[in-house]
Design a protein around this ligand. Structure first.
Ligand SMILES: [Zn+2]
Length: 129
């Protein structure tokens, strides 16, 4: 059932799914580029294992935007048509670190259904009244 949902959301014809998932895909790219240089085809296969079917026409512009943002640095291959390797930059690591905090927070509330701390503090105060 989860697989069906993933498939539906990763469909390129679903603008809502795509808009949200673009951020998830960038988090994946930063995560993997943080441990080793990555290249387009490898990322397409890696994301497919998570149930996301990206075409090169989606992935390469995404990588180019991440490069323009200064999060990745592309290293051209030795031959003119050789694949490009992407490495994470210092700024990319900073973004990845911040993203982890956002993902944890989102997971806590949306997946584990835990309320934010400040709200539970207020609830406690109201109870003591
Ligand atoms: Zn991944």
């Amino acid at each position: 059932m989860i697989d069906d949902k993933r498939k539906r959301l990763s469909s390129m014809n679903d603008p809502l799914g795509r808009e949200v998932l673009l951020a998830f895909w960038k988090a994946h790219v930063l995560h993997h580029a943080a441990s080793r240089p990555v290249y387009g085809l490898w990322l397409i296969e890696e994301l497919a294992e998570h149930g996301y079917r990206l075409s090169p026409g989606t992935l390469y512009p995404l990588l180019a935007r991440m490069e323009r943002n200064g999060w990745l640095r592309a290293e051209p291959g030795e031959r003119p048509n050789a694949r490009k390797n992407y490495r994470i930059t210092r700024e990319g690591r900073r973004v990845l670190h911040a993203l982890r905090g956002h993902i944890e927070e989102l997971h806590r509330e949306v997946v584990r259904d835990v309320e934010p701390r400040r709200r539970s503090r207020r609830d406690t105060k109201e109870k003591t009244r």
